[in-house]
Write a protein that binds this ligand. Structure first.
Ligand code: FUB
Ligand code: ZN
Length: 669
């Protein structure tokens, strides 16, 4: 166990800025996930994903871009204007990872890269390699397209994590200088504008929390408040009828024509950038990565400022998303409008977009939603997205990635790397953070959101430091043993999330439902004595007592195999069923169906299904098997594997939604 991670000293690196509302998070630094499902994944991330990401980024010129910007190398910038952000994300992932695993060599490597980044700093604090090398006079032009604030946001997030890992301030200071520079340009009475790709907003909240500097929080709020208004020197409501439409010039090359038409589309601000009207009037709309980040920031601002309008607005958006626009995997974004974004309500085609970054942004958003009012329904969706739509983005070996995560495919193969590597680098930083999603704390309250083998240390305000050890095979089995060890006997409430799936609901809306909503009873014991497992309205069982070292809580969440149906308005899933067990969504892969076409397989509603843990398969998974019909009549055995694990063997077709023939009428005998 890494002493650094469980020491409480690390928490002191947050400035003293408690949230105005809601709960506090328990940082990943206080949680060690060892063994079980996540332990090996964190280890793979540290040993394989992080070094692989840094290798690819170095090879693709992300680091030399900074050398060029520092005047230490010649040439034009490599890649897209957002290239810096990818490097910052991978470095951030390395920082998280080094909190949990020994990283002497990695530390040397990352510090070396940081030296090269910092060497490119401009005297005014500006630090984006692309604009230092070229277009220096256009630094703050074309804000819809050029990702300036997005790059800055990822730099700030990485700098905060570097500070938390090392205690050093050199990177954090550079982030502050850059944030001060931005704050000098944008804001009330200065320039009214916003970036086309949100991210800086949530990063500024982090920077505020790390430094205590209120201006950063106010700037984050400014960028929220300004969305949906005409920008320039004054603030006026956006009127789509007066949007400037410049004709595309004649005689351009195809590539330039494409770029210009993209620019024209972005000038006519549609919902793609959540900038067509004020955020507090919006539904879930537009590019799903940008959306997840700005919704996260809305929840943050509602938590750290007096801004109940953002709490109301983000809840409205959440209802729209979870009730009409989310895939059963927690994935978001259909590409209906060619914008990597949300489609119309209930329009959820299975050959779809569902970008890995969108799933990650979704996880981060649900985490913040959970902290706001402390309700389990958000952790339900966070868990669903983590185990399914997010995890499918990365191979089990940790070095291949999906950008898109469709629910059906003729055969998929993850890529070793992707040029604009938003998804691989985002996956590099989300896996080592998972421990930080598992708990939350409030006044005299410890909240368990995720069941995962490992140990956490949670310091309650004016209360004890509580060690919580979880022993569990979750998500393959629903038994969880929690050993509670406060450093002194103390009264507090241990809140255990009873997942929606254990109560007969796959999601907290009517977008998906189980064929049979009856749920077997949840078991609960405290020190061997049966306790009531009924959750309160917030979705948690509240165990309030005087806790002493060595108290043991045993939770038993039965995990029957569930058949899931989509809302009848989701035409793509009509006549189809999917399988879920615990929080895991299953799929059929051709390789497991002995020559039977997965798209022609049919699973009768009354077919018996059984589950079996297979240690030898796909890194250890529970598979589901049952009798199905091939070509409408031939009985065959169907084998379903967890969706996240698809495309880790040879390339074969895959589907989550399986045809379901009508039930056979009972025969007279
Ligand atoms: O533009 C930066 C990132 O690249 C976006 O978040 C992704 O959708 C991809 O387009
Ligand atoms: Zn991405």
């Amino acid at each position: 166990m890494c002493a650094l991670a469980l020491g409480l000293a690390g928490e002191a690196s947050w400035a003293d800025v408690p949230p105005a509302r809601g709960l506090e998070e328990v940082s990943h630094r206080q949680v060690e996930l060892r063994g079980g499902f996540w332990g090996p994944r964190l280890k793979t991330s540290h040993e394989v994903t992080v070094p692989h990401a840094l290798d690819c980024l170095e090879k693709d010129g992300h680091v030399t871009n900074f050398d060029k910007a520092a005047g230490l190398a010649e040439g034009q910038p490599s890649g897209h204007a957002a290239f810096d952000s990818d490097l910052h994300k991978a470095l951030e992932g390395a920082m998280y990872s080094m909190q949990h695993y020994d990283g002497a060599q990695l530390r040397k490597r990352t510090e070396g890269i940081l030296d090269r980044i910092l060497a490119a700093r401009q005297t005014d604090g500006f630090l984006i390699s692309y604009f230092i090398i070229r277009d220096s006079d256009k630094r703050w032009q074309d804000m819809r397209l050029m990702h300036q604030l997005y790059n800055a946001g990822h730099f700030f997030e990485m700098a905060v994590e570097h500070n938390r890992l090392t205690g050093q301030t050199r990177v954090l200071d550079a982030a502050r200088r850059f944030a001060d520079h931005i704050d000098g340009i944008f804001g009330p009475g200065k320039r009214y504008d916003v970036g086309g790709h949100e991210e800086i907003e949530l990063a500024l909240v982090k920077l505020y929390r790390a430094t205590g500097e209120k201006r950063y929080l106010e700037l984050a709020r400014f960028f929220l408040d300004e969305r949906g208004y005409a920008h320039g020197t004054e603030r006026k409501p956006f009127d789509p009828n007066t949007a400037v439409q410049k004709p595309i010039p004649e005689g351009l090359s195809d590539q330039d024509k494409r770029r210009e038409s993209r620019r024209a589309r972005n000038r006519v601000r549609n919902g793609r950038m959540q900038d067509h009207k004020p955020l507090i009037e919006q539904d879930a709309i537009g590019h799903a990565v940008r959306a997840g980040y700005i919704y996260s920031a809305m929840a943050d601002i509602a938590r750290f400022m007096d801004a109940p309008q953002y709490a109301r607005a983000v809840e409205h958006i959440w209802q729209d998303m979870v009730g009409r626009k989310m895939y059963i995997t927690g994935g978001l974004g259909t590409a209906q409008y060619h914008d990597e974004g949300f489609g119309d309500p209930y329009l959820l085609p299975n050959r779809t977009y569902c970008e890995s970054c969108a799933a990650i942004a979704h996880v981060l958003w649900e985490h913040r939603m959970n902290l706001l009012p402390g309700q389990a329904k958000y952790a339900d969706v966070m868990e669903l997205t983590l185990y399914n739509g997010m995890l499918s983005g990365i191979s089990i070996a940790g070095n291949e990635f999906f950008y898109q995560n469709p629910l059906t495919s003729k055969g998929g193969r993850r890529s070793r790397w992707i040029g604009l590597s938003c998804c691989p680098t985002n996956l590099t930083r989300i896996i080592p953070q998972v421990g930080g999603l598992a708990y939350a704390r409030g006044k005299q309250r410890v909240q368990v959101n995720l069941y995962a083998a490992g140990e956490a240390t949670i310091k309650l305000d004016d209360g004890p430091a509580v060690k919580l050890a979880q022993q569990t095979d979750y998500p393959w089995a629903g038994r969880v043993k929690l050993t509670v060890t406060p450093d002194k006997p103390a009264e507090f409430t241990l809140c255990l999330r009873i997942p929606g799936w254990a109560l007969g609901r796959p999601v907290p809306s009517d977008l998906y439902r189980f064929a049979d909503a009856k749920a077997p009873p949840v078991g609960l014991k405290v020190n061997g004595k049966v306790a009531k497992a009924a959750p309160k309205d917030d979705g948690y069982v509240h165990l309030q007592r005087r806790w002493q070292a060595g108290d043991v809580v045993e939770l038993d969440l039965p995990m029957p195999i569930r058949r899931v149906y989509a809302h009848e308005k989701v035409l793509a899933d009509k006549g189809k069923v999917s399988l879920m067990r615990g929080p895991v969504i299953y799929c059929l892969e051709g390789i497991d169906q002995a020559g039977v076409d997965v798209f022609k397989l049919a699973l009768p509603p009354d077919a018996a299904l059984r589950s079996e843990y297979r240690a030898d398969l796909l890194g250890g998974v529970t598979v589901i098997q049952g009798k199905a019909l091939a070509d409408g009549q031939r009985p065959v055995t169907l084998t379903a594997v967890p969706y996240y694990a698809w495309a880790n063997r040879e390339k074969t077709p895959m589907t989550i939604w399986v045809n379901e023939p009508p039930a056979m009428p009972p025969t007279d005998k």
